[in-house]
Write a protein that binds this ligand. Structure first.
Ligand SMILES: [Cu+2]
Length: 210
């Protein structure tokens, strides 16, 4: 095999793997931000370490397009940084599960079902929490789940959820107290423009030093 041929094969391998990954949205934003759900006696409590001043950033990755249901994220500002996670022993009772219901949110915010960040290919990307007329309540498996949040427009977004014990159909089970949590988002300009901003800061610093 000539040297040129082996180079050609090597580069087509590179192209193939790039194409395979291009079909799925990436967990572009780090670190994971976990929404901790606990049960204190019969009361569900939920907590996120974010606020209106410290929101999760939704970013747009221009030129990327995604396969199947994930195409809903094409040209959108998005993130799967938030993840629902159980903290401690949470026992909803046999046959019951934890349900999460959208109470209110800023117009234009959309949500698609995710999962574990390392297993994006297995996620459904089904619209949830009222997106595309889906149900407002969502049955949580109790496993770490990073849903995808998306919007078409820059700006600040807020979503508030009730976390409750429900039966397999989502009917509230008596004897438990529901918890509530508010999530905060900010759709910001593309990372490219942030990088340029960073370079500007860097050269300004250099200039000062010089
Ligand atoms: Cu996580």
């Amino acid at each position: 095999m000539s040297r040129i041929n082996s180079i050609a094969i090597a580069s087509s391998f590179t192209i193939c793997s790039a194409v395979a990954f291009a079909g799925l949205p990436n967990a572009h934003t780090w670190p994971m931000e976990h929404i901790m759900v606990t049960m204190n006696g019969t009361a569900i409590e939920a907590h996120a370490n974010t606020s209106a001043d410290n929101p999760i950033l939704l970013q747009r990755f221009a030129g990327e397009s995604y396969d199947g249901n994930a195409a809903a994220l094409d040209d959108m500002y998005y993130s799967d940084q938030y993840g629902w996670i159980l903290d401690g022993i949470v026992d909803p009772g046999a046959g019951n599960s934890i349900w999460i219901e959208l109470v209110s949110q800023t117009g234009g915010l959309e949500t698609y079902e995710g999962g574990r960040r390392m297993m994006i290919a297995d996620q459904t990307f089904d619209p949830i929490f009222g997106t595309d007329s889906s149900a407002l309540d969502w049955q949580w498996s109790g496993m770490m789940t990073h849903n995808w949040y998306a919007t078409a427009d820059l700006g600040d977004y807020v979503a508030t959820y009730s976390i409750y014990v429900g039966d397999s159909a989502g009917n509230v089970v008596d004897g438990f107290i529901a918890g509530e949590v508010t999530l905060n988002f900010r759709a910001v300009p593309a990372p490219g423009s942030l990088a340029l901003l960073g370079l500007g800061t860097l050269s300004a610093t250099r200039r000062k030093r010089g």
